[in-house]
Ligand binder design. Structure first.
Ligand code: PLP
Length: 469
């Protein structure tokens, strides 16, 4: 064979030798380069294609390694018989990902899911991880309890009693890989005849889950004292999902009279349940911590659920629920066949971290860090009052901004986005957003914003919205 003609693209992201290699392979498998024919010498082909001899060398070496050609010393390269080798076109076209599913990056991210990543105790976590991944831990290679590691459930039970007033035994606890995995489990556990009520606005995950499982949930409005229990009483629901310590997203704390009213509602019928999501209760900045509803429940009707996503890291994917004793047997019957969704090593590391008191220390430290961030944030926002008002700042890692503006929340969101700022309007957390007469409100998560960048971030947001101090 005298020569081989290929169209090589110099500006392609694919290296030239790969393009050449693929072209020759294609020729061989399609028969345009006959078996046993001699390939042009490297020097001649390099001259002909006007590319470097090294490129040809690399391509031939690859073809040799894959068995498409053979080398005869001092004679050259010859094409092998490869009919049986189907040539697979490497040029796979991946479907484009719709933008709503892609994870966009922002210069300033006020998304409430962010945490302060700089303060994570990597050295300690590394120490426990190193200790766990060891021959001594052979037991952890086997399937563990479907409810999660006993040692971790013991630590969680102690922690919940001491810090949240939750009263439970380790066998009432079920560990799973996030609230989002545990909620569908609770819904299945409570059976097909249950009618669910959820907060409106509320945690979008619950909206999605009920939509996806074809179980229409009844939206119950919230005000600045939390869920409107009167509305719940007038609904047909027998199970209600609430975030009483720090309502998501409004930040309201369920008031003491409403707590009593809610527990009374649940105690009136045997099939009534409260799902109490205590997701960020560790971080309370004003007044005394408010104990969980679970500890005040006298009728076995609270299913308590919480997560390590806020207190440690969202990527850990460890959350848990606490069943009332009367549901433990129902759980065992329905779910004991399944394996825990959290790797045992991860559970073991967390259990040791908690056992040695590091979780409590970490929380104390983080509470101070988030409190400082909140103070800086409120100070930075103060000059923009009364155009911008703050609420929901008693706890957690987000606040609510109420804005007086001629533009709509959706328009303001877009304006921020154009400047690389992510901030989400409250209406996006509503089941059926009816906006007439509703104030323009935004959720501002501050957990992930660096301390020294808070003031500047607020400034940029206000500039994007055209709000002056
Ligand atoms: C109300 C609420 N519950 C739970 C979670 C945590 O969910 P997960 O445990 O799936 O990370 C969040 C996180 O933002 C939340 O806002």
């Amino acid at each position: 064979m005298d020569m081989l003609m290929f169209q090589l693209e110099r500006n392609s992201s694919k290296p030239m030798y790969e393009q050449l290699c693929e072209g020759i392979k294609k020729g061989i498998t399609e028969g345009t380069i006959p078996t046993e024919s001699k390939l042009p010498s490297k020097r001649k082909l390099a001259e002909f294609l006007n590319i470097s001899q090294t490129t040809i060398e690399l391509a031939y070496a690859q073809l040799l390694a894959e068995g498409f050609i053979a080398s005869k010393p001092r004679v050259g390269y010859f094409v092998e018989a490869v009919e049986e080798l189907a040539y697979v076109e490497k040029n796979i076209q991946y479907p484009a990902i719709p933008t709503s599913l892609s994870r966009e990056t922002f210069n300033i991210d006020f998304n409430p899911g962010q945490i302060d990543t700089e303060s994570f105790p990597f050295h300690l976590w590394r120490k426990y991880a190193k200790e766990a991944i060891d021959e001594q831990s052979q037991e952890l290679l086997l399937i563990g309890s479907p409810q999660g590691e006993q040692e971790l459930r013991e630590e969680i039970a102690t922690y919940l009693y001491q810090s949240r007033g939750v009263i439970c035994a380790p066998n009432q606890i079920v560990i799973g890989s996030g609230t989002e995995q545990l909620m569908p489990m609770i819904i299945r556990l409570l059976g097909p005849s249950s009618r669910f009520a959820i907060e409106n606005p509320g945690y979008p995950l619950t909206h999605h889950i009920f939509k996806q499982t074809d179980r229409p949930a009844i939206p119950i409005n919230v005000d600045d004292e939390g869920l409107l229990i009167n509305d719940l009483e007038h609904s047909k629901a027998n199970v209600v999902y609430v975030t009483p310590s720090h309502q998501f997203p409004t930040g309201a704390v369920l008031s003491a009279p409403r707590r009593a009213q809610l527990l009374n509602w649940a105690s009136q019928k045997n099939d009534r349940y409260i799902i109490e999501d205590d997701y960020d209760s560790e971080f309370r900045y004003i007044g005394k911590p408010i104990a969980a509803l679970q500890g005040m429940d006298k009728s076995d009707s609270v299913i308590y659920i919480s997560t390590f996503s806020k207190s440690l890291m969202p990527s850990l994917r460890i959350a848990y629920f606490v069943l009332p004793p009367k549901l433990v047997e129902v759980y065992n019957q329905a779910f004991n066949y399944y394996t825990s969704t959290v790797p045992r090593f991860e559970q073991h590391i967390l259990a040791q971290f908690m056992r040695d008191g590091h979780f409590a220390k970490h929380l104390n430290r983080m509470r101070k860090i988030y409190r400082k961030k909140l103070e800086k944030l409120t100070m930075a926002l103060e000059p923009f009052s009364p155009t911008v008002k703050i609420s929901g700042e008693q706890a957690g890692m987000h606040i609510v901004l109420t804005i007086s503006h001629t533009k709509s929340a959706a328009e303001l969101k877009d304006l921020a986005q154009e400047k690389g700022i992510r901030i989400i309007p409250i209406q996006e957390y509503m089941m059926d957003p009816i906006l007439n007469g509703k104030p323009t409100q935004f959720l501002l998560g501050f957990g992930g914003i660096k301390d020294e960048e808070i003031s500047q971030s607020v400034q940029q947001l206000m500039e994007a919205w055209g709000i002056r101090a």
